[in-house]
Design a binder for this molecule. Sequence first.
Ligand SMILES: *Cc1c(COP(=O)(O)O)cnc(C)c1O
Length: 357
Amino acid sequence: MPRPISATLHLGAIANNLQVVRRFAPGAKVWSVVKANAYGHGIARVWRSLAQTDGFAMLDLAEAVLLRESGWQGPILLLEGFFQPQDLALLDRYRLTTAVHSDWQLAAIAEARLSAPLEVYLKVNSGMNRLGFAPERLHGVWQQAQGIANIAGMTVMSHFATADGPEGVQQQMATIENAAAAIPLPRCLANSAATLWHPDTHGGWVRPGIVLYGASPSGRWRDIAASGLQPAMTLSSEIIGIQRLKSGDRVGYGGRYGATGAQRIGVVACGYADGYPRHAPTGTPVWVGGVLTRTLGTVSMDMLAVDLAPCPQAELGTEVELWGRRLPVDDVATAAGTLGYELLTALAARVPVASEI
Ligand SMILES: *Cc1c(COP(=O)(O)O)cnc(C)c1O
């Protein structure tokens, strides 16, 4: 018997989530973002469930090549562009659309020997200060790019820092519109949060990632609970040990949880080496055999402890859901002081993955 832990991918949920995105952005084409190996779900496993998309976006050239070789013939966008001029041979061969955020990339495209011109996304830094040309340079860069025979179509691209919060996108939108006012190109601006909550950003293409996997861009499940989005991954395991504590007994490394009376606890085959957050404190929600309960003490590498007081029927072999259909990953992430993004992408390679419709 292998360890009882496993991740189940709900492929129907992923297809559903793309349809939800289309309802939110009916006029836009969709880049389905599958970076970080499809947010931990596995590009090879999930891309066919997203085959109704208009294109796939990612960072890693190797992932883009894998997707092409798996049979996807539509557009692929490299969100960070290429990392060295030699990469252009692969962009050419696999017909990849590339972000361009730096002068050296434009120069490299101009000098490359390509079989056909490439589609280019001109990235403007509208306030996030990560990648992109300064807004006041965008117009000049666009004019320069128009003179490069190796460039086919162009799109203006930018990225929002606060689309999921009260600050919204207004200031960055003003910067973009100011910089691109005289540039008659399509726009591609919206991440998941902007796709859901800022329709004025949609433009020609949206770029949702996290919502395709059924987690919230804000980190709060309640913000998407009514949207029709469905969790795409359930991480489950079983109780492999039971302990009966008496008052004063402590649990796990550091003895961080102490029983104040007689108490039954379960030990679950899941730890931080599986991708469960080590920082999840006592009280992090966990679903045990049909009942919502809480973790106790420090998460170990391979195990964690759960309170069985609310679930007296639980025994060895009882099913435990760490996150998924019955317990939003956002709720676990919130308790651990992080986001669903981090938990999903941190799923460890040692966890076996099964897919279901
Ligand atoms: C990750 C990423 C996205 C998708 O972000 P979500 O919040 O997951 O929707 C879109 N655009 C860029 C440039 C990104 O890096």
